[in-house]
Design a protein around this ligand. Structure first.
Ligand SMILES: C[S@@+](CC[C@H](N)C(=O)[O-])C[C@H]1O[C@@H](n2cnc3c(N)ncnc32)[C@H](O)[C@@H]1O
Length: 302
């Protein structure tokens, strides 16, 4: 990774002792608070794409920390502080995707409208396993905002994310409205409701984390809003899904995670270390208990 991506040239020795990093030619991962890392180590105006998937203030346990703020006001004030930093790290042509809970998103939406342009309000819709709500409509989606700094100059690779557009017809339909009739196009750019299954224990990509995002979802974001060689930042890396997909798609990436356990998952998932803190970094040992001879699972679902 080129040192010019960093503010100054801190080097490991002079870095804030609360921050550690691992890197290779395309990928840098930081263990630290994203506010500190963005302020101290990432230069302004360098990043092409940010995928920000913060804690949602819903009381989940992330490693040693509980995802709970004293009030909604305190939570959104914290969000505004990292969003401001994120926007300063983006190039003038950069894009920002932001996730949070359905409850908190309206506050972020209103705030972001004054700072940049929100181009799409995306719904990530998924299936639901386990007990269903009985007295209200259970939650089956999470919102994502797609924002750009300059609505006249941003990356959007529509051809790279096209999906099948089922017409319902068995035969190929001909569009007779064209000057020369031709078959209807059978692919289209996806709309703003995206269906992707949540990451489950049985899936090869599963890591031990309470809100890991599917690689397929992040793949669509990266393909649409960046090019090969571009720099992508994920300030709340969790299991470093963004870094893993960025690497597979030939992009450079910076990922930041506050919990040491998840940083170790990232180090292993990205092949940046085999041991850390004297510990061998091994993939999760998934065991399946056969109960009936047909392969029924004793493993937990996410
Ligand atoms: C919703 S999860 C992200 C999951 C990630 N997208 C993935 O696919 O694995 C949010 C993550 O942010 C981390 N986090 C919370 N506060 C943070 C902070 N101030 N700086 C860096 N990471 C933080 C949590 O430990 C958690 O792993």
């Amino acid at each position: 990774m080129s040192r010019s991506l960093l503010a100054g040239d801190p080097g490991l020795a002079s870095m804030d002792p609360a921050i550690t990093k691992l890197e290779d030619a395309s990928t840098t991962i930081y263990h630290g608070d994203c506010l500190d890392v963005m302020r101290e180590l990432i230069a302004d105006g360098q990043v092409d794409l940010i995928f920000a998937d913060p804690p949602y203030n819903l009381g989940k346990q992330f490693g040693e920390s509980e995802d709970k703020w004293p009030s909604d006001e305190a939570y959104v004030a914290w969000c505004y502080s990292w969003l401001k930093l994120c926007l300063s790290k983006l190039k003038p042509t950069g894009s920002l995707y932001v996730m949070t809970s359905t409850q908190a998103m309206p506050f972020l939406d209103l705030w972001l409208r004054n700072e940049c342009t929100i181009l799409s309000r995306i719904v990530w819709h998924y299936d639901s396993s386990g007990v269903q709500a009985r007295k209200l409509y259970g939650s089956m989606y999470e919102p994502i905002l797609f924002c750009v700094k300059d609505r006249k100059a941003y990356t959007y690779n529509a051809d790279d994310i096209e999906v099948q557009a089922p017409t319902g017809a068995v035969r190929r339909l001909i569009d007779y409205r064209k000057p020369t009739p031709e078959p209807y196009k059978t692919t289209k750019v996806p709309g703003n409701v995206w269906y992707y299954p949540r990451v489950r224990y049985r899936m090869p990509e599963y890591e031990q984390h309470p809100s890991q995002k599917p690689e397929a979802l992040i793949e669509r974001v990266i393909k649409a809003s960046s090019n090969v060689g571009d720099l992508i930042l994920d300030p709340f890396a969790g299991t470093f899904t963004t870094s893993a997909v960025a690497r597979r798609l030939g992009r450079r990436s910076l990922g930041i995670e506050r919990e040491r356990g998840y940083f170790k998952i990232g180090a292993r998932r990205l092949g940046l270390a085999q041991t850390l803190d004297g510990e061998d970094l091994r993939p999760l040992d998934k065991t399946y208990i056969k109960r009936n001879g047909r392969g029924a699972s004793g493993g937990a679902e996410s």
